[in-house]
Design a protein around this ligand. Structure first.
Ligand code: MG
Length: 389
């Protein structure tokens, strides 16, 4: 078996929404197709990958460094010990050759897209859904039948008033979600409190609503919001300060007695280790949102799970950002806490298989080989068009 070709392209996921820090009017992602000479069910095995929203397409890194390194490598050196399937760890080591440690940024994003295509191809070659392959290889055959999911939403749409936010929350409730999330920090505190109260009129219980400041606040502002929202008993208070300001996170953890979540902008295991060591994160309360499709891929995420467990954290406190099928496979097969979902935004890449329903805030993984991109029709046809497969 060998890799015949790796293609990449840039896909637009532009939309008029904004959070506290950025708008998404120019947002793009990289999409990748990894074409092999393996054939399953009469069709060539092609792995598809893309990275998550929030970071722009990384075609330069893919075209100039990662893809040429793989195509120049000895093909057998990229296979597992039986020579019958791709070895994602050997492939990862190959495309990351001559890359210095640290400085995890856009490179981690490029790796996330490419690594997803590798795992999709490996699972298809094995004839297994990715979650089942992960369960069998790395989790003693255990898996979760149902995976907890929640929609990332509640953005600041231009001109959006409380009534529109309520309509969005009602839609999530009717679609079967239990917990929903909304943005804060893009308006003043009084306005945000009115928006939160509006959302709670629909959802009822504070435990059904999470809020996300997208790293906007300095410590005094983050603390003022913490004091103001504490009585609502919210599901979590997300990314109050700069993602790398572990001192702010630690100070806030000392005064806010409820759950917090952060980590979507930490792109490596060493960064998450620093968050745990220096961010005052509370293993019984808080959530880590590192996103495998932004941070060197599933290959690195397997190392992340092992590392946080060695630091006394349960993998159930992992709830990745991103709302894509890779994290759903990881959640089901490796039994982490769950994953974000994007039923309404970042289409066609957000959300899961078209025909698998959401019930009581959970969904289930798919039954076909690979990550399941073929089961999301609009996304799959766009991937095939952009990558000419
Ligand atoms: Mg967030």
């Amino acid at each position: 078996m060998k890799i015949l070709e790796i293609r990449e392209n840039t896909a637009s996921i532009r939309s008029p929404i904004r959070n506290a820090v950025i708008d998404f009017s120019q947002m793009t992602i990289s999409v990748v197709a990894l074409i092999t000479d393996a054939v399953r069910d009469g069709r060539p095995v092609i792995g598809y990958g893309f990275h998550s929203n929030g970071r722009y397409a990384q075609g330069g890194i893919l075209r100039e460094r990662f893809i040429p390194r793989l195509m120049a490598a000895d093909a057998d050196g990229l296979l597992d010990e039986h020579g019958e399937n791709l070895d994602p760890f050997r492939i990862w080591d190959c495309f990351m050759r001559n890359e210095k440690p640290g400085g995890h940024g856009d490179r981690a994003v490029a790796a996330g897209a490419l690594d997803m295509a590798v795992w999709d191809a490996a699972a298809k070659t094995a004839g297994l859904p990715l979650w089942k392959l992960l369960s069998e290889r790395y989790n003693g055959g255990r898996f979760d039948e149902r995976v907890a999911i929640y929609p990332g939403g509640g953005y600041y749409y231009p001109g959006k008033e409380v009534a529109q936010l309520q309509a969005e929350m009602r839609g999530y409730d009717e679609a079967g979600y239990r917990v929903a999330k909304m943005k804060i920090g893009g308006a003043d505190l009084d306005t945000d409190l009115r928006r939160i109260e509006g959302a709670l009129q629909v959802l009822g219980d504070g435990a059904r609503l999470a809020v996300d400041a997208n790293g906007r606040f300095d410590l005094p502002t983050a603390a003022a919001y913490a004091r103001a929202i504490e009585p609502y008993g919210l599901f979590w208070y997300e990314e109050p300060g700069d993602p790398l300001d572990y001192a702010l996170q630690a100070e806030l953890g000392a005064i806010y007695p409820r759950s917090m979540a952060t980590g979507e902008n930490l792109f490596s295991t060493p960064d998450v280790v620093n968050l745990i060591r220096f961010g005052g994160m509370r293993p019984e309360l808080d959530w880590i949102q590192a996103d495998p499709a932004l941070s060197y891929g599933l290959t690195e995420y397997l190392r992340l799970i092992e590392t946080i467990e060695s630091l006394g954290w349960s993998r159930r406190r992992l709830m990745p950002h991103g709302g894509h099928q890779l994290s759903l496979n990881i959640a089901a097969g490796l039994q982490i806490g769950g994953t974000e979902s994007y039923p309404a935004v970042f289409q066609p890449y957000g959300g899961f298989a078209d025909d698998i329903p959401i019930e009581n805030g959970t969904t289930r993984a798919h039954d076909t080989p690979g990550i399941g991109v073929e089961l999301k029709a609009e996304m799959f046809s766009e991937l095939r068009r952009l990558l000419e497969t």
